[in-house]
Design a protein around this ligand. Structure first.
Ligand code: BGC
Length: 738
């Protein structure tokens, strides 16, 4: 580590004081907290001394500027060096103005609005006293059973990387030191947390280093390239070693190869979890393994506080490891300006003005509108205002539409679908009935729903998962809606009226029952504070749905994992000479998902034609242009997300069937056309070879352009690379070129 201006301060500190800087505790541990002393459950048994709490370096989860100011003040009175506390929390998709959950934000393909949402979240958080957010979550996901898919932007490494960058820009701004209204970003969960076996949270992750580098690492790296100040370890193992004690991952890759010199923080209790994982016999060994791996801060377990000192004194670890970690923490405190102003932007008066402002709500509404995916529409939507609508289902009047990780958000502040519909339709044109609860229902509720449906022209269902059914520890083996809601649909189908469903949920669902029984489906995810208004705007056609899925929706859970950028097999089902039986297939299901990556309907139709390439050969330093003409052939003005995919036809290792390389959002009036042009360079064709070199293969590539990953127009070109003085055209001799 280079010499730091904090060396003199470090020299004055005792070893005990230094170690306390590496401790992060929840707010109730601290004097001045609104819940001071209310420490229950396993936390009560951490065994920390009062002195450690007094000297601790950072706080997790506070509830506003006043509390932060009180805690910081009390702390500074007691800390003999006057070292300010760092305040951190999970501001994942908004502070109090809650934006759609990240999986929904991903579906907007709108990087600018994603950045804006993070900026607003940062501003609300900063004025409420926070300095660091545990976001973005850059985990790639392929398994909808895993509840935390709602926290990511989906199954594509390129798209996830672009969103990770956008979120970091939004949280941190241009210069964290100059903008006290921004917060430092902590990218998580390093690494590959999204690949938990069987979709069961915290479970083992097993994959080759090549796959890790190709699919899972790019988004974390992108966040760091964008300047994210911190990294959080993941709970899972990576190649047999839990991330939090994994030297290969943290020292060799993150620190040495990627040159990350910011703070590495453990996930909640993850240092101690090295014991049940089976790589540490006790807390002392857990502390040693984590500090050796390079974990600077331990959250909510006491392995460091209780053991690091002995480990140094007995000579097992070098004190330099601790000094290094403390200096990183001081560097961030300094960057945030805390040594000059320990309260930074915390301001109870400003907080009232900034938090949940009307302006912030407008952004939340706009992003929610751009995040809802229209999955089916047999002409029922947009709704005709002159028709009578029966709004039925547990989410009609529910404010549980913020989704997990919105702990500062309030359901009471959320605009429900019923409230928003009421501003457009009044009784008797809007009738509501609960129909059932999320998991249960009664004969009486069903009878009322049938009556409402009978008296209406159109049935509008508001169905979904309660927010605790996804998020952390929210894994499920069934990805259908709860049975009672499926029964409700089937019963209402018998009423024989046009029926649309709006879905509130945190994961891709098996929607086959809903597809079979309804005329239209709008996937609203957890749309946030302004969810109801955004959905009503779409339902009544003020704007057209434009979002596209960033995670495949399977036919059934038995297909999982099913993702668009998979490899082929030696026996593809659709090969010309395929035998009926001995091909890679399910006997009882298609191979493809029900709704593919990139899919989403609109109130208009788009026609793609005349795809063209500026050249059918790409030399190494060339840029080739790929164009397509897109025309709005319907009668609504709408946005379209034009997607560009490639396929390396003959790789050194097998290559995905399609890989997203670029996308553009365009807005077209009815009848209007636009020529959309993408540029492609050799660098975008590189991938990790078997020797882990990152390079491209000379040879043929397919290019696919379309409005989703399934329905595309295709072209081909050849990449030519100079090799040992001659041009290589189609030979697959990557290794010789090294
Ligand atoms: C979660 C993290 C979160 C941390 C702190 C953990 O349980 O896995 O995502 O940042 O808690 O709240």
């Amino acid at each position: 580590m280079p010499l730091s201006k904090f060396q003199p301060l470090l020299n004055e500190m005792t070893l005990t004081e230094k170690i306390a800087q590496l401790v992060q505790l929840a707010a109730p541990f601290f004097k001045g907290s609104k819940d001071e002393g209310q420490i229950t459950g396993p936390l009560a048994g951490l065994g920390l001394s009062q002195q450690t709490v007094k000297d601790a370096g950072s706080v997790l989860g506070t509830s506003g500027a006043e509390e932060v100011i009180r805690i910081q003040k009390a702390h500074l009175q007691e800390n003999r060096h006057g070292i300010p506390l760092l305040f951190m929390a999970d501001i994942v998709h908004g502070y109090k103005t809650i934006f759609p959950v990240p999986i929904a934000i991903g579906c907007s393909f709108d990087l600018e609005l994603a950045e804006k949402s993070a900026e607003i979240a940062a501003k609300e958080a900063a004025v409420s006293g926070l300095h660091v957010t545990f976001a973005p979550m850059a985990d790639l996901v392929r398994d909808p059973r895993w509840g935390r898919v709602m926290e990511t932007t989906g199954e594509d490494p390129y798209l996830n990387s672009e969103f990770a960058r956008a979120f970091v820009r939004g949280f941190q701004g241009q210069n964290l030191s100059l903008e006290s209204s921004r917060v430092a970003a902590c990218v998580k969960h390093f690494a590959a947390y999204g690949a938990a076996e069987g979709g069961r949270d915290y479970n083992t992750v097993n994959m080759s280093e090549r796959e890790l580098r190709e699919s899972y690492l790019p988004a974390y790296k992108a966040a760091l390239d964008e300047g994210a100040e911190m990294v959080m370890t993941s709970f899972n193992t990576v190649d047999g070693i839990p991330a939090t004690g994994n030297k290969n991952l943290m020292r060799d890759l993150l620190r040495d190869e990627w040159q990350f010199d910011g703070i590495l923080i453990s996930d909640w209790g993850a240092v101690k979890e090295l014991i049940p994982h089976g790589v540490a016999k006790d807390e002392k060994e857990a502390a040693r393994k984590a500090i050796e791996a390079g974990v600077d801060i331990e959250i909510m377990s006491a392995c460091y506080a209780l053991n690091l000192e002995n480990l140094v004194l007995e000579g097992t670890i070098n004190e330099a490891l601790i000094d290094e970690a403390v200096l990183r923490i001081f560097t961030l405190k300094d960057k945030l300006g805390l040594f000059e102003n320990p309260y930074r932007a915390a301001d109870p008066e400003e907080e009232k003005k900034v938090v949940l402002s009307d302006e912030n709500r407008v952004y939340a509404r706009t992003l929610a509108e751009k995040s809802c995916v229209l999955l089916k529409n047999d002409g029922l939507l947009p709704l005709n205002v002159s028709k009578k609508v029966a709004l039925i289902g547990p989410f009609s009047t529910s404010g549980d539409i913020l989704g997990p990780w919105s702990w500062m958000g309030s359901k009471d502040e959320a605009v429900t679908l019923y409230e928003a519909m009421k501003t457009r339709l009044s009784h008797p044109n809007l009738i509501t009935a609960q129909g059932c609860e999320i998991h249960t229902g009664s004969e009486e509720q069903l009878a009322k729903a049938i009556e409402a449906a009978t008296n209406a022209d159109i049935i509008l269902l508001a169905l979904g998962e309660a927010s605790e059914m996804s998020g952390e520890a929210g894994s499920r083996t069934s990805i259908q809606l709860p049975q009672v809601q499926l029964e409700l649909i089937k019963e209402l189908k018998k009423v024989n009226k046009p029926m649309a469903a709006v879905l509130f949920n945190g994961r891709p669902l098996d929607l086959h029952v809903i597809v079979e029984n309804t005329d239209a489906i709008l996937e609203a995810w957890f749309p946030g504070t302004e969810g109801g208004s955004a959905i009503a705007n779409l339902l009544f056609g003020d704007s057209s749905p434009s979002a596209k899925l960033t995670m495949s929706f399977p036919y059934s859970v038995g297909q999982v994992p099913v993702y668009y950028n998979c490899y082929n097999t030696g026996r593809p089902k659709d090969a010309v000479d395929a035998q009926e039986r001995y091909v890679s297939q399910y006997l009882d299901s298609p191979n493809e998902p029900l709704f593919p990556f990139g899919f989403g309907l609109s109130y208009t139709t788009f026609h793609y034609e005349n795809p063209s390439l500026s050249s059918s050969v790409m030399n190494e330093n060339d840029t080739i242009e790929i164009s397509v003409k897109v025309t709005n052939t319907g009668d609504a003005s709408a946005e379209e997300i034009v997607q560009l995919y490639i396929q390396d036809v003959s790789g050194e290792v097998v290559r995905p069937l399609k890989e997203l390389k670029a996308f553009q959002k365009i807005f077209l009036q009815p009848g209007q056309s636009e020529q959309v042009t993408f540029q492609l360079i050799e660098e975008q064709l590189r991938y990790y070879h078997s020797n882990l070199n990152f390079e491209s293969d000379p040879g043929n590539f397919h290019v696919y352009i379309g409005g989703n990953s399934r329905d595309t127009l295709s072209l081909s070109f050849e990449l030519r690379k100079k090799m040992e003085g001659k041009i290589n055209d189609n030979s697959n001799s990557i290794k010789i070129s090294n």
